[in-house]
Design a protein. Structure first.
Length: 117
């Protein structure tokens, strides 16, 4: 049992060293970012505004509003455009947020109430 623990500890240390080496040698953190318009502060406020509107849409969806559902779809698409702007600097974050957004988008598209008539 002690030998197994030593092997897993050594493997963990090697993985941490590998990840630290990748981050230390990364050139994306030292580059000057290029934005579509504005600067980092502009995009920060843009992202904050989208997040506030998404919380409002989520509240509307929880209350059963069909209009909020479609506003949520539009906000997800707007969020995807905003994430594309940050793709060169944060590719992993882009993939995670886009994947979650697409799952939510599919759910919003198929979960509407069907009305008779």
């Amino acid at each position: 049992m002690v030998a197994d623990r030593d092997v897993s500890t050594a493997r963990t240390k090697r993985l941490i060293g590998f990840a630290a080496g990748l981050i230390a040698r990364s050139n994306s953190f030292g580059a000057t970012p290029q934005y579509l318009f504005g600067n980092l502060r502009t995009w920060g406020f843009f992202t904050l505004l989208i997040a506030i509107m998404q919380f409002g849409a989520a509240w509307g969806i929880l209350t059963g509003s069909q209009r909020a559902r479609w506003v949520g779809v539009g906000l997800l698409l707007l969020n995807a455009v905003g994430q594309i702007a940050g793709l060169p600097a944060y590719p992993f974050w882009f993939l995670v947020v886009t994947a979650v957004g697409m799952v939510v988008l599919c759910w919003l598209a198929i979960s509407g109430e069907r009305r008779a008539g």
